[in-house]
Write a protein that binds this ligand. Structure first.
Ligand code: NAD
Length: 473
């Protein structure tokens, strides 16, 4: 019998009012492995009411930063102590290699919670000496009830980028995990309660997006902030609904990352990072370096090494410790990704469809600049490689996308590294590396990649109501 996972509302794990449930399917076995409560408007109403009560009447927003921070650190400790169960939940839900879940997702979730707890505790506010002899200062007060709506690609880790700063600044949260990766959210909510975080502070609501739990959350006027990570079109839909209540929305959306390899790059380093940039998590990464541009003098050598490295990746059962590439997250997502290979526009050098829900690491050359494979977010292990001659041409190609989440630059020329980084239309530019995240730095995108930034003081701006206090003295 499959294990059951409920919503967590007001400190209780509970079924939906009508008993509705859905199965979460392991994409490797393609069999259901757990049963999850399926929420709708009624359960969203309960979850928001619980978060509202905990905010308006409970101790959480009124606690000192040190006390709240201690509870968040205890929560992080419990996450680390339960690493095996948490990692396996994400692996079974969406096919992520368990080595990645244990090596990155779970530890980074704990780190995110610790960072934001400490950041809030150590933050200072401003004072403004005035010419008129008044004393003015700012206060950063919690915004209220936060609806956090998350995608399935790094389930718990991306959820923690939202709930950790929201909680650290004294808000209460309703987290709606993606329907393809629901289990770790319930596991985390159980641990939050065990850590002593008061009931109603961290609620988990399961369900789908449109006409379901997700849309009900975005329509609720008692919600003070909506933080969303997911597809650009979903971001548009959520923003349109949120506008009715003027609820502030933060959007971390899709990407089509450009990866520029100049002929003066350390080629071994460029190959290593470019492989990670596109094939980590089977390419199901908003930051994926899915458009590779290589300067012509090194194109042949780069391609030979890159294709060999792609073919050496271990594809298989994500529950095996040595697996590097698992299946895609679901049947529907596999159909979408593999569909790009029906008409790849260019020539497939390696890869293609695999067994079951697998797509093998795929390298395509000579794709037309306006082809779907070159322009659309595929969210799978497929990369296009395009040659360029000049720096201007590379920058223009990189910027020729409606997305602008991130870009990578590989060069050993310091001036070029700074010059190109400044010219790229991207929220993050990684030079000679990839995926390194300092939680104080801004994270977010230009254009269709989103609105607003997460991280350090950027998260504080979103999850608080900054207030000015002006005193005559
Ligand atoms: P998605 O937009 O389909 O779903 C994301 C979440 O939104 C899910 O929880 C879903 O149930 C919910 N949802 C869907 N429609 C909704 C609606 N109308 N109202 C309220 N909630 C709704 O995205 P996905 O397929 O889960 O994730 C993949 C996408 O996420 C990719 O485009 C990827 O680039 C993006 N992503 C972005 C970042 C980033 O930081 N910028 C990080 C990871 C993923």
């Amino acid at each position: 019998m499959s294990e059951r996972f409920g919503h967590v509302i007001d400190g209780e794990e509970r079924a939906s009012l009508d008993g509705a449930e859905f199965d979460t399917v392991d994409p490797y076995t393609q069999q259901p492995w757990a049963t999850v409560a399926l929420g709708g408007a009624a359960e969203a109403d309960l979850a928001v009411a619980s978060a509202r009560r905990a905010f308006d009447e409970g101790p959480w927003p009124r606690m000192g930063f040190a006390e709240r921070g201690a509870l968040l650190h205890r929560f992080a400790d419990l996450i680390v102590a339960n690493i095996d169960e948490l990692a396996l939940a994400d692996t079974r839900d969406m096919g992520k290699p368990v080595a990645d879940a244990k090596g990155k997702d779970v530890p980074r979730t704990a780190q995110n919670i610790r960072f934001f707890a400490d950041h809030a505790r150590l933050s200072a506010a401003e004072t403004y000496p005035t010419d008129t002899g008044h004393h003015a200062y700012s206060r950063y007060e919690p915004a209220g009830v936060v609806a956090a709506i998350a995608p399935w690609n790094f389930p718990m880790m991306l959820e923690s980028w939202k709930f950790a700063p929201a909680l650290a600044w004294g808000n209460t949260v309703v987290l709606k995990p993606a329907e393809d990766s629901p289990v770790s959210a319930t596991l985390m909510a159980r641990l939050a309660l065990e850590a002593g975080i008061p009931p109603g502070v961290f609620n988990v609501l399961h369900g789908y997006g449109p006409d379901s739990a997700g849309s009900a959350l975005t329509e609720d006027p008692r919600v003070d902030r909506i933080t969303f990570t997911g597809e650009s079109n979903t971001g548009r839909a959520i923003t349109a609904v949120a506008a009715r209540n003027l609820t502030p929305v933060s959007l971390e959306l899709g990407g089509k990352g450009a990866n520029l390899v100049f002929s003066d790059a350390d080629l071994g380093n460029a190959v290593d990072w470019s492989i990670k940039a596109i094939f980590t998590n089977a390419g199901q990464v908003c930051l994926a370096g899915s458009r590779l541009y290589v300067q012509r003098p090194v194109l042949d050598e780069f391609l030979a090494r890159f294709v060999a490295a792609a073919e050496a990746l271990v594809v298989g059962d994500p529950k095996q410790a040595d697996t590097q590439i698992g299946p895609l997250s679901s049947k529907a997502h596999h159909a979408k990704v593999a569909g790009y290979l029906d008409d790849p526009s260019g020539k497939v050098l390696t890869g293609g469809r695999g067994e079951g829900l697998f797509v093998r690491p795929t390298v395509v050359v000579d794709a037309a600049p306006d082809s779907p494979i070159q322009c659309e977010e595929i969210f799978g292990p497929i990369v296009t490689v395009t040659p360029f001659d000049t720096e201007d041409e590379a920058v223009a190609a990189a910027n020729g996308s409606r997305y602008g989440l991130n870009a990578m630059v590989f060069t050993e020329n310091l001036s070029r590294a700074h010059r190109v980084s400044a010219r790229l239309r991207a929220g993050t530019v990684w030079t000679n590396c990839f995926f390194v995240r300092d939680l104080r730095a801004p994270f977010g995108g230009f254009g269709d990649s989103g609105w607003g930034r997460e991280g350090g003081t950027f998260s504080r701006e979103f999850f608080t109501e900054p207030k000015a206090v002006v005193m005559a003295i």
